[in-house]
Design a protein around this ligand. Structure first.
Ligand SMILES: [Zn+2]
Length: 353
């Protein structure tokens, strides 16, 4: 890019950031303006007209803001995040927040991008639903002795078990020949058994083709390893239930601690799930993806935690520099500019830029 083009862009980013900041300030005043009917006293027909004429706000923006701000009115921590990051940052959690847990959700909203937070909330709700489905079953089977509190390892296994036993209907469009072959294979048996067998064969084939890991590697992942890893999920994010295409090949054993490319410890992830991994919020991350679930807090005792913090801090600083495209840009496209410690045989202790 030419120098004057770069300057033009920088100007736009700066003005844009200011525009967003002032709009945030404006939005936060809406409940008070409404409470004292200031719009009426100033001769406007409604709060919508007032906000549209004086600040260029759409009716949707006003409605959304009043709704969210009412919900977090008595939740000081979430309110603080809304003031700093805007209403969009707290929107995904307002329906979950209570007086007791608002501090927890405020921390999550402060540390995550909107996309990552939405994903985290989705997983969180799903696990909660599974737990509720599971609860009556537990009461019947009385496996009470080993039952742990929600959020601990043991209950995680139970939830995974509960999901495995639930059935899901899938509709498929198959060509005639394939459909006939499958029907023949199923015979008088059931679909689940047949599909499990086909999946097992596929897994065995992939396992037999597992490429030899590259140790003492450079950051660049060899094509044959990349190809093999992507085959396992057909290029989709490996997180259970996530249907997004992958954006990043993630090292479940951090590359900086163990500079190895091993198809057994590399997983394709979408941006949000990769961020959650680096926040230390995926339980059993180094196990099979089927056993993954989100956790409430990272395990700070692990070496991986310190590395992840550096990765997150580094990305945050880049994102702030890049305010216009802040939060959740694809990492792979920006590799060139990453500092050496992030890219390869990272010297611990090297100063961050
Ligand atoms: Zn995903």
């Amino acid at each position: 890019m030419e120098k004057n083009e770069q300057l033009l862009h920088e100007k736009f980013v700066k003005f844009g950031a200011n525009a967003k900041e002032w709009m945030r300030k404006c939005v936060l005043l809406l409940p008070e303006v409404n409470r004292y009917s200031i719009w009426k006293k100033k001769g406007f027909g409604s709060i919508y007209e007032y906000a549209a004429k004086l600040a260029g706000m759409s009716r949707n923006t006003v409605e959304d803001a009043l709704r969210i701000l009412e919900k977090i009115e008595d939740k000081p921590n979430l309110r603080l995040v809304a003031e700093q990051k805007g209403l969009g940052a707290v929107r995904p959690v307002v329906s979950l927040a209570t007086d007791e847990n608002e501090k927890f959700w405020a921390r999550k909203a402060a540390s995550m991008s909107k996309n990552t937070l939405e994903t985290y909330v989705r997983e969180f709700k799903r696990q909660e639903e599974e737990r509720l489905v599971r609860a009556p079953l537990d009461a019947v089977t009385e496996t009470t002795a080993s039952r742990a509190r929600p959020g601990t390892d043991a209950s995680g296994q139970e939830e995974v078990q509960a999901v495995k036993t639930a059935t899901v209907e899938i509709k498929m469009d198959l060509d005639k020949t394939t459909a006939e072959m499958l029907l023949k294979l199923k015979g008088s048996g059931d679909w689940n058994t047949l599909m499990q067998e086909l999946l097992r064969l596929r897994e065995e084939k992939l396992a037999a083709e597992e490429p030899i890991p590259v140790v003492n590697a450079k950051r660049y992942i060899p094509a044959r390893i990349k190809h093999h890893v992507l085959q396992k999920t057909n290029g989709q994010c490996a997180y259970p239930g996530c249907t997004k295409p992958h954006k990043i090949l993630h090292h479940t054993r951090r590359f900086i601690l163990e500079p190895t490319h091993d198809s057994k410890t590399l997983v394709p992830l979408c941006t949000a799930h990769e961020r959650l991994a680096h926040q230390g919020l995926i339980e059993h991350e180094q196990g099979e993806p089927e056993s993954w679930r989100v956790r409430q807090e990272a395990d700070r005792d692990k070496a991986i935690y310190a590395v992840d913090r550096r990765v997150m801090q580094y990305r945050r600083s880049r994102e702030l520099q890049n305010e216009g495209r802040a939060w959740d840009h694809p990492v792979e496209g920006n590799r060139e500019a990453e500092p050496a410690w992030f890219r390869a045989e990272g010297e611990e202790g090297e100063a961050e830029r």
